[in-house]
Write a protein that binds this ligand. Structure first.
Ligand SMILES: Nc1nc2c(ncn2[C@@H]2O[C@H](COP(=O)(O)OP(=O)(O)OP(=O)(O)O)[C@@H](O)[C@H]2O)c(=O)[nH]1
Ligand SMILES: [Mg+2]
Length: 353
């Protein structure tokens, strides 16, 4: 079997965490599975991909372009994974992306009929987003939230460890009512709740290849995308003192960026800070908006003397402002820790094209 599944879903909904948990679970219980991280960034290594490798997943990455527009690169990665014995490959698309049902699923079906078996087009959503949609609140990003869900064959309500049973059922029922074409599953990538059901849904399910009208490229699409910017930096930090706490350093940086973005009246749905030392110990901190607590996703086990750092952010913020806030935070937060920085790559770009 050469099964390929796309995971869509908004920034921070848990696509990467779920792909990591799922590919490990699937490999352990069914057959070898691997994941592809897909995000934008000119010739960069993605934090998500590095995290997957540090966590021991079978992983590849596609940068620079959405898999919507680079089928040759995508099929090369798929063919390698299947040739190596994988039976399931899962790829995400950038967290603000829509249109992958048409561009990836229909595109592959038309270009290479029958070569890959396409599993249910899967869309992750987290409870905060369901709450926002249920409340009817107006948001610049509503077009993206809604359109992603409208493309789904399978909606995965993630982070259910944050909900009690009645809340899970209420969110599940609301999603099932408003997106009736999709099956809805409740999971937690953190506790592995629902991982068996998700594995079976991907193993046995198939793509409907529906063609929902999502207004791709229209005014709402352009308005939402025009507000978004991406930021990427990768550097090495040399530490002068033995008691350097890499986790506290990443957390300080996330706090500084969070305050800067809030002061600028902007929003930052997701910034990932990943750092690792030469022997493989690593820390990961996630900033998920201006009003949510910063998450220490993985803490360093011991003090470190040398770090590689990747920071990826997506924000509803003008590129220049975002660049000033994050670059400033890297410089200012590194100073009191007396770190010597060598920057390898830095990029800041608008998503609106
Ligand atoms: N409580 C809880 N947190 C989770 C769960 N899954 C993911 N997270 C956290 O949510 C944050 C975002 O997770 P990611 O997997 O990076 O989300 P993503 O959808 O890949 O984000 P982008 O790559 O920005 O689009 C991280 O801090 C994760 O640790 C879950 O099941 N429960
Ligand atoms: Mg991700």
């Amino acid at each position: 079997m050469k099964k390929f599944v796309v995971f869509s879903g908004f920034l921070g909904s848990g696509k990467t965490t779920t792909m990591m948990a799922l590919t490990k679970y699937y490999t352990g219980h069914f057959a070898p599975a691997s994941m592809i991280s897909n995000d934008l960034g000119n010739g960069v290594t993605l934090a998500d991909h590095r995290l997957a490798l540090l966590s021991g997943c079978d992983a590849a990455e596609i940068t620079d372009q959405c898999i919507c527009y680079c089928h040759d690169v995508l099929t090369d990665k798929l063919d390698r994974a299947f040739a190596a014995g994988c039976e399931l490959v899962v790829s995400d698309i950038p967290g603000f992306g829509v249109g992958a049902l048409e561009h990836v699923y229909h595109g592959l079906t038309e270009e290479l009929p029958g070569v890959y078996e396409l599993g249910p087009f899967t869309v992750l959503v987290e409870p905060d987003t369901v709450e926002l949609l249920r409340s009817g609140a107006d948001s610049d990003l509503n077009y993206i939230y809604h359109t992603q869900l409208a493309e789904a064959d399978l909606i995965v309500l993630n982070k259910c460890d944050l909900l009690d049973a009645p809340q899970q059922e209420a969110d599940r029922a609301w999603l099932a009512e408003h997106y009736p074409e999709a099956q809805v599953l409740a999971i937690s990538a953190k506790t592995l709740q629902g991982m068996e059901a998700l594995s079976l849904a991907l193993k046995t399910g198939t793509a409907s290849l529906r063609r929902p009208d999502i207004g791709y490229g229209g005014a709402e699409f352009r308005a939402a995308m025009g507000k978004l910017s991406g930021y990427y930096i990768q550097y090495r930090a040399l530490v002068c003192c033995n008691d350097f706490d890499g986790t506290a350093y990443l957390e300080d940086m996330a706090k500084r960026v969070q305050a800067g973005i809030a002061a600028a009246g902007c929003e930052i749905p997701h910034m990932k800070l990943l750092a690792w030392e030469p022997e493989g110990d690593y820390g990961k901190v996630d900033l998920l908006g201006t009003s949510r607590p910063i998450e220490i996703t993985h803490a360093f086990g011991r003090p470190c003397t040398e770090l590689a750092v990747i920071l990826n952010a997506s924000a509803a913020c003008p590129g220049k402002t975002l660049d000033g806030i994050i670059t400033g935070a890297v410089e200012e937060v590194s100073r009191p820790y007396q770190l010597e920085l060598t920057i390898f790559k830095k990029d800041c770009f608008g998503m609106g094209g």
